[in-house]
Every structure is written in C-alpha cells, then in structure tokens.
Write a protein that binds this ligand. Structure first.
Ligand SMILES: Cc1cc2nc3c(=O)[nH]c(=O)nc-3n(C[C@H](O)[C@H](O)[C@H](O)COP(=O)(O)O)c2cc1C
Length: 257
C-alpha cells in the first residue's frame, strides 16, 4: 500500500510512479484528511507499506507523522519511506526509524529525491524551465527505486549529511507556520480551488465576491498559493512577482485505487 501526502504534486508524482511499477493500492492523505477520517483506522496491506511525502523542516511533515501514530497498520509490516525535498532532508531518516520502532514497522529503506522547491512562502521556487530540468533529473532515480521496491529489496543505507538541521523542526512549526501573512489580491477569480485543495479545510470562501479566508490550522503545504490559477495569493511581501511551483491536481488527490 502506497500512502502519500503532497501539497504541490512532487510527492504525488513519486507515489504514482511507484504505483505504475508495483501496481499497489494508492492512498492520498490529502483525500483522507479532507474526509476528516484521520484517526483510529486500520490500514491493511499484503505488500510492504510505502510512505511518500515532502520534507518539512528536515523531517517528515508533522501531519504525516501524526497520521502514522494515530492509525493502525496490519499485514506486511515492511515499510519504505520516500521523501521529496528541495535540497536537503537533514536527519529525517533518524526520526523515521524511531517512528518505525514505535509502530512495529520493519524498516526497509529511506530515499530522498531532489524535486522542485515549493516553499514559496519562505524560499524561491524555480521557473517553469528549471522545474522541468529538476524533474527530468529525478525521474531515473525514482524509476530505480520503484524497481527495487517492486522486488521488495532493502534500499541502500541513507547517510544523513546535515544532521543538526532536523533539530530546528520544532522551532520551525512554532515560528514559521502561520496563516496570517496569506492575502488575496484583485486577481482572484473566486474559483475556490485554494479551498478545494486545502488538506486541513482551513480556507473558506467568504464575502461577495467570494474570496478565500484562512483559519488558523495550516501545515504550510503551499497548495493554495502555488496552485492558484491567477497567482492571486501572496504570503507577505516575499512572494510578490515570484514564480510559484505546482505540478498538477492529479498528483494531490489522484484515485484511491
Ligand atoms: C513547509 C515546507 C517546509 C520545507 N522544508 C524543506 C526542507 O527542510 N528541506 C528541503 O530540502 N525542502 C523543503 N521544502 C521543500 C519541499 O520539501 C519540496 O519542494 C517537496 O518536493 C514538495 O513536495 P510536494 O509537491 O509533494 O508537496 C519544504 C517545503 C515546505 C512547504
């Protein structure tokens, strides 16, 4: 069973690539979170579990970690973790291994793929051409890992390079993950796509004409700002006139096959 979370499509792309080789069941956490059924369920798989998600502050996203902690997994307890990142995953593997111990998973491997940066709120996203080139470079690596997973082989040990970075994770959530700086400009066409994509349903379309309003709960997945078809959403001053990165809706929700 491949369980994935994706804000802007990178991790969804990886999950779909793995699925195209293993033919395994695909579960979108975006869909699970939006349905509100994110706790107390049992996920049973006859094949190893594969979790695919972005890197948030050098670890797996907190909402993905909580999902794993708060649900039950049965069947083939071997597990792979595949992370997408803009450049560096720090010591994410260490925390993943601890999580596996807690949940009784049999750790089969961890891999990180460098994909286009999507953290528009704090960093610079690539241009369309740069993103295309980065994806092209990542493709053979993803295909190689898909083959290994299909053969149920252990992955090569992942060597963490910049371990100290992952310590900043708690600080990052406390300080950086806020919704207040999100604003919407007159380019908004009231399509509501930002609200439709928000995994935590924190965005509500309000007023006349309808405009997005952010609640407090947010994981900074960037689906709203990066996916906006008219580039109408800003995050403070940082995002003005800057490119956004969004790969496609089919990689966020996909089919729960
Ligand atoms: C909140 C947030 C934190 C991020 N932290 C990191 C990080 O620590 N290291 C890194 O290389 N990329 C980081 N990124 C970039 C994403 O991990 C990367 O672009 C990822 O492929 C996005 O996946 P998605 O399209 O499936 O959402 C971060 C992005 C966001 C939105």
């Amino acid at each position: 069973m491949i369980i994935y979370f994706s804000g802007t499509g990178n991790s969804g792309y990886v999950a779909h690539k793995i699925q195209s080789v293993t033919n395994d069941q695909l579960i979108s956490l975006q869909r699970v979170f939006r349905s509100g059924q994110n706790k107390g369920k049992t996920y049973h798989s006859e094949q190893p579990f594969v979790f695919v998600c972005p890197t948030y502050a050098w670890r797996i996203p907190r909402i993905v970690e909580n999902f794993i902690l708060n649900n039950n997994f049965t069947g083939d307890m071997r597990v792979y973790f595949l992370l997408t990142c803009g450049s560096e995953v720090g010591n994410a593997v260490h925390y993943v291994k601890k999580l596996c111990e807690k949940k009784g998973f049999d750790f089969m491997g961890f891999e990180a793929f460098i994909m286009p940066e999507n953290y528009a709120a704090l960093f610079d996203c690539p241009t369309k051409q740069e993103a295309k080139d980065i994806l092209l470079r990542a493709k053979p690596e993803i295909e190689n890992i898909a083959t290994l997973i299909n053969e149920q082989r252990s992955l090569k040990e992942h060597k963490a390079r910049t371990k100290f970075l992952s310590h900043i994770n708690g600080f990052f959530y406390a300080i950086c993950v806020r919704t207040k700086p999100f604003t919407v400009t007159s380019r908004c066409i009231s399509c509501g796509k930002c609200a439709e994509r928000c995994p935590l349903q924190t965005i509500k379309m309000q007023g006349e004409p309808k405009r997005p309003k952010w609640g407090k709960q947010c994981t900074h997945c960037m689906a709203c700002i990066c996916g906006c078809p008219t580039g109408a959403i800003e995050y403070g001053k940082h995002t003005e006139e800057k490119p956004r990165y969004f790969l496609g809706d089919q990689y966020l929700i996909g089919e729960n096959k």
